[in-house]
Design a protein around this ligand. Structure first.
Ligand SMILES: NC(=O)c1ccc[n+]([C@@H]2O[C@H](COP(=O)([O-])OP(=O)(O)OC[C@H]3O[C@@H](n4cnc5c(N)ncnc54)[C@H](O)[C@@H]3O)[C@@H](O)[C@H]2O)c1
Ligand SMILES: [Zn+2]
Length: 355
């Protein structure tokens, strides 16, 4: 399968994506094509991408500095100004070539420039291939608040080409595995079996897994584009995972955790909570923990750390654990939304993670 249809956009896998893009460009009379990159995708991805592009339309490269710290409205203003100075108009096209920072921010920039121009995502990290570039969430951070400003808008097309992974740093690849494991866990035992031992897979095997993972995300988004219900399942592992992520971000003297590493911890914790509350099968819990710890080194979380992480949870979500909405599972593929969890259950989950 080389093609998936989302609500309003097409997702193509591999080389066929460039053929579709080229015919899309020849059918539409774009005035100018902007390609948004950061310094890393400029160096590693842009030459290959431009080599696959066939068009007579003027192409302008706009480069921003890489990193989540630059996913801000100030960066957007710089890009809007550049587009304006380059005579961008409503018939301009934006192509976002990069990781989730580029696709989230580029999608937002395109959705708002001149009240909206068309855009295409070409994700170059594993995380953006299986997660960020699909589903239409675009936006930027506001201070320390993630994704506070943005719009739902799917681009015209997404091209998922695993070729780009060949230059991706190992830790970024590892970070992306977590969302793939999450997609499998919320879907079925069969999917879990497919993704197990993910770090031992060949690139060909990984491609099959990526396609399946995008398929799962797309199915969820097709049913619930605006996150009124089912889409919340994609938050599996993220409630506690985000708290762990924020805690370690606020303590740079401790380890630096990537998003995927924090979410992986969050998934072990959420699975343990699932066992405590809904009898999630113990042997599967042990299997999940083993798989996750084969990818990510265990993180030392002391009793003091745990207390602060709990505080973060409380402050984040209005003063009571009852108000924090957990996505849990009664089995692999069987989710429960908006579950209330008690503090001592959270402590028990961390105790399980630590041993
Ligand atoms: N919209 C959504 O639904 C959604 C879902 C999940 C995550 N996100 C967002 O995605 C962002 C994280 O995305 P990310 O993990 O891709 O991070 P990222 O975009 O910061 O990319 C990670 C690093 O890899 C570099 N890089 C990218 N492609 C490369 C390549 N092929 N070769 C070498 N280096 C490369 C980048 O320059 C960057 O330094 C977050 O801002 C998050 O909020 C959005
Ligand atoms: Zn995530």
């Amino acid at each position: 399968m080389q093609h998936l249809r989302s609500n309003n956009s097409d997702i193509y896998f591999g080389g066929i994506g460039y053929q579709k893009l080229n015919s899309f460009l020849s059918k539409n009379q774009f005035s100018i094509i902007f390609v948004l990159v950061d310094e890393n995708t400029h160096e590693h991805c842009l030459p290959y991408f431009l080599g696959a592009l066939e068009t007579k339309v003027t192409i302008e490269i706009i480069e921003i500095e890489s990193g989540e710290v630059n996913k801000t409205i100030e960066t957007c203003a710089g890009v809007w100004n550049a587009m304006s100075e380059l005579n961008g108009d409503r018939k301009s096209l934006m192509i976002n070539l990069g990781g989730g920072v580029i696709t989230d921010m580029g999608g937002f920039i395109a959705s708002t420039f001149k009240r909206g121009i068309e855009f295409i995502n070409v994700p170059t990290t594993l995380l953006s291939m299986v997660d960020a570039s699909v589903g239409g969430k675009t936006g930027v951070d506001l201070g320390s608040l993630k994704n506070q400003v943005g719009v739902f808008n799917e681009g015209e097309m997404v091209i998922v080409d695993p070729y780009y992974l060949s230059t991706l740093p190992d830790e970024q690849l590892r970070s992306g595995y977590a969302e793939i494991l999450k997609h499998a866990l919320i879907t079925s035992d069969k999917d879990w079996q497919l993704v197990k031992n993910i770090k031992e897979k060949t690139l060909e095997e990984l491609e099959v897994i990526i396609i399946r993972s995008v398929h799962i995300k797309n199915d969820v988004v097709l049913e619930d584009a605006l996150e009124n219900g089912l889409r919340k399942t994609l938050n599996f592992g993220h409630t506690l995972g985000h708290a762990v992520e924020s805690y370690f971000l606020a303590h740079p003297e401790k380890e630096l955790l990537l998003h995927g590493e924090a979410i992986a911890i969050g998934m072990i914790l959420a699975t343990h909570l699932s066992k405590q509350l809904f009898d999630f099968p113990e042997e599967k819990l042990i299997d999940i923990k083993k798989e996750i710890l084969s990818i990510y080194d265990p993180v030392d979380i002391t009793e003091d750390d745990l207390n602060e992480i709990k505080q973060l949870l409380i402050h984040d979500k209005k003063n009571s654990f009852g108000n924090i909405n957990f996505v849990l599972l009664s089995d692999i593929g069987k989710h429960l939304l908006d579950v209330e969890v008690r503090e001592k259950q959270i402590s028990a989950a961390f105790a399980f993670y630590r041993v």
